[in-house]
Design a protein around this ligand. Structure first.
Ligand code: ADP
Length: 477
């Protein structure tokens, strides 16, 4: 069942319940108040008759004449009020003229109520007329019942009024429900139309496989505008992800092509001129370096894909002195005529993955050495401040122009036309490692004068250190 139908049904059912409850309550209250109004006037009229009888009969007059005198009832009756007086056995002794010879009914209930000296009120039918009939006992001063007075009022008018009200309520409720249903359908249609438009556009995007398209965002700052914006952000991320995938496959195949060509070419040379030891040596060297390049590329790619998949680092408290020393020693093997200096070296302790931190710094050192001509220098320094530690790798090399600087951390980004070639993944990996340690990696450069790469990491505080060590002991894995 569609949301549209469900919402309308809910809305109409709710309205129906409200209307029915209101109508029933209104009808009952009206019926009760009209009936009790009639009952009150009947009682009043009966009391007047009783007072009239008392006025005509004093105890001495009854004794003197031996009969009870009754008032003329037409004084008390009116067009719609019928009165009758009967003795204690139920024999009618007087009736108002408007009864025109007919009797008001005296049933067993009336007689037993009178015997118990209780008034009684009931619904009766006289001829074809429905009446409300009140019967009150006539009690002598001695306390004996000597008869009763009955006052009746036809209820036809009240019933007609109630019927009219009922008709009005039923037809009013029905018309309201029909109108509400139509209005509800229209309102629900209006409010769900934007969702339909969003669905249509989303469908177009799916069928056209065009992740560049965006949903229209309604100008209202409501739930639908927020939904459209969220879907647009999702599309943006999907698009970026998709583009990155396409770029990655293109870059990887491009990167693999060069070493494969070198290997194939050298295998060819070996086949044709493999007898010459120098040629063989050169060809094997070329093949080895191409293989090394491929191996490096594959391991870098593997690392990045693991990083994308949310690889966990092996975090523990790490003293940076040891890391710096190790990196410095490894870099020595690569220095190639570049002077390596250890600058400012504050002791510092961080919470991190030692191997990854070494890898990050080696990448920076390797880059610095690669891009610094012989005779230049690369300086590795550690500065500790209150909450963080800065590790900088500064070289006196070629530098990076401002046009390339914002992109050097992108995957496969390389500055074209350089003497030394790399895969363009080193800085992307370094940045990922820095961020996985809640740190930052930034680059500053003066083309022609050199570049400085700065890694900033949060310092491990002593109490944090203790807590972490405790947690590591409890959960060795
Ligand atoms: P690669 O493996 O190709 O060196 P990186 O991601 O490490 O890739 O670096 C990307 C680009 O940044 C390189 O192509 C290089 O031009 C530039 N770069 C990195 N470090 C330096 C540096 N210290 N001096 C000058 N250029 C640098």
């Amino acid at each position: 069942m569609s949301i549209r139908i469900r919402l309308t049904l809910w809305y109409v059912s709710l309205l129906a319940i409200i209307l029915i409850t209101f109508s029933v309550a209104f009808y009952s209250v009206l019926q009760y108040s009209l009936t009790s109004e009639v009952d009150r006037s009947l009682q009043e009229r009966a009391n007047q008759v009783l007072v009239g009888i008392q006025a005509l009969n004093t105890p001495s007059s009854i004794q003197r004449f031996g009969v009870i005198r009754l008032p003329e009832l037409d004084v008390f009756s009116s067009r719609s009020i019928y009165i009758q007086i009967a003795d204690e056995s139920g024999n009618v002794v007087k009736r108002s003229p408007n009864l025109m010879g007919r009797d008001l009914p005296i049933d067993r209930q009336v007689l037993s109520a009178i015997a118990a000296q209780q008034p009684i009120i009931e619904n009766v039918t006289v001829g074809s007329v429905e009446m409300r009939l009140y019967t009150a006992p006539l009690v002598s001063s001695g306390g004996a019942v000597f008869g009763f007075v009955q006052v009746g009022n036809p209820v036809g008018e009240i019933q007609a009024t109630l019927r009219r009200v009922l008709l009005f309520l039923v037809s009013g409720a029905t018309i309201s429900l029909v109108l509400a249903t139509l209005g509800g359908v229209w309102l629900v249609y209006l409010s769900l139309r934007p969702i339909e438009r969003i669905t249509e556009t989303a469908n177009q995007i799916v069928s056209a496989e065009d992740l560049k398209q965006r949903l229209p965002v309604p100008p209202t700052d409501d739930e639908l505008a927020r939904l459209s914006r969220t879907i647009n952000r999702m599309l943006e991320r999907l698009d970026n992800f998709f583009q990155a995938q396409v770029r990655l496959s293109a870059d990887v195949s491009h990167e693999l092509r060069t070493p494969l060509t070198i290997i194939r070419g050298n295998v060819d040379i070996l086949r044709r001129m493999g007898d010459s030891p120098t040629t063989r040596e050169e060809a094997l060297n070329a093949i080895e370096s191409a293989l090394n390049r491929m191996a490096r590329l594959v391991s870098d790619l593997l690392l990045l894909s693991q990083a994308d998949a949310g690889m966990m680092l092996k975090m523990k408290p790490v003293d940076l002195d040891g890391v710096i020393l190790d990196v410095f020693q490894q870099a020595h093997a690569l220095r190639n005529g570049v002077e390596l200096k250890l600058g400012h070296a504050d002791p510092a302790r961080v919470y991190g993955d030692e191997d990854r931190l070494k890898q990050l710094l080696i990448n920076l050192m390797e880059n610095a050495i690669k891009h610094t001509p012989k005779g230049g220098s690369v300086t590795l320094s550690v500065y500790r401040s209150e909450n963080s530690v800065r590790i900088s790798v500064a070289d006196t090399g070629a530098g990076i122009s401002s046009e390339h600087l914002p992109h050097i951390f992108d995957r496969f980004y390389r500055v074209k036309g350089q003497r030394v070639r790399g895969s363009g993944l080193g800085l992307a990996i370094a940045k990922w490692i820095a961020e996985a340690h809640h740190g930052t990696l930034t680059a500053e450069s003066e083309p022609g004068l050199g570049s400085t790469f700065t890694l900033t990491l949060p310092l491990l505080k002593e109490d944090e250190n203790n807590q972490r060590q405790k947690a590591d002991l409890e959960n060795p894995l």
